[in-house]
Ligand binder design. Structure first.
Ligand code: ZN
Length: 256
């Protein structure tokens, strides 16, 4: 059997009416021209001042609806994006989280409220994206109870099932050439420089046939539990990601 070449998913984080509009809109031609079907991670009720880059865009929700109609997948990106909890996450890359460590009932209320807000704007949220990768077993339970069976997170190279939820891993923050596996490239448009846009555009142009969508991933790759080899890879990748974050943190400190 000829091995399947690598596949890529694009995910845009921190979308809300106060998104840095000009920065975000630089990515739209790329999505339209190449027919990309990204994950749009939308904060339902943003209260995080770091995501308040502009006055609320009156066109924001209509834009999300038209992008969903064109094939994008809407993800619930937390509830208010305020990360005050210090609970340990299942993907422990950050110290603070909105959800990890919070009581299950509260998490469920937030998820329910967030889904209602997005649905109230005419969207059909189908995927969970935790702010700062922060979520725990209680989050998985709450998601299942609210009918959300897919999340975008984790560092394995293939989608898989765990805790009753399908995980579509998200491992990259910039495009990287890979020989096999499924790779989600996460873009924070608020802080992306012009060079990020150019780099992504060049990559998409070169690999357009390898860009997939959440629907295709679920239908074609039929996720199951990870085998031992992939679990070991995942543990190693997590260790490496944590080490690089620690290096960046201590590097910043010593530069001060
Ligand atoms: Zn976020």
């Amino acid at each position: 059997m000829v091995p399947r070449p690598a596949q890529y998913l694009l995910r845009f984080d921190d979308l809300c009416p106060t998104v840095a509009r000009a920065q975000w809109q630089r990515f739209l031609p790329l999505i339209e021209e190449f027919g990309i079907r990204p994950i749009l991670a939308v904060v339902p009720d943003n209260q995080d001042y770091e995501l308040k880059h502009a006055e609320p865009d009156p066109e924001f929700w209509a834009r999300m609806r038209s992008m969903e109609a064109a094939g994008a997948t809407i993800a619930l990106h937390g509830f208010r994006h305020v990360c005050n909890s210090k609970g340990r996450s299942l993907v422990p890359l950050h110290r603070h989280s909105e959800f990890a460590g919070v009581r299950e009932e509260t998490q469920r209320e937030w998820i329910q409220a967030g889904l209602n807000i997005l649905r109230g704007h005419g969207l059909k949220p189908r995927v969970w994206v935790a702010p700062r990768h922060g979520f725990d077993r209680s989050t998985l339970k709450a998601l299942r109870k609210e009918g959300i069976g897919v999340l975008s997170d984790g560092l394995a190279r293939v989608p898989f099932t765990r805790g009753g939820v399908t995980w579509i891993p998200q491992q990259l923050w910039r495009p990287v050439d890979k020989s096999k596996g499924l790779w989600t490239i996460c873009v924070h448009s608020n802080t992306a420089h012009g060079s990020h846009v150019d780099q992504l555009l060049a990559f998409v142009r070169q690999h357009v046939a390898q860009f997939t969508s959440v629907d295709r991933v679920l239908a074609e790759l039929k996720p199951t539990k990870l085998d031992l080899a992939e679990r070991l890879y995942e543990a190693f990748a997590l260790w490496r990601a944590k080490a690089s974050r620690t290096r960046k943190r201590t590097g910043r400190r010593s530069k001060r």
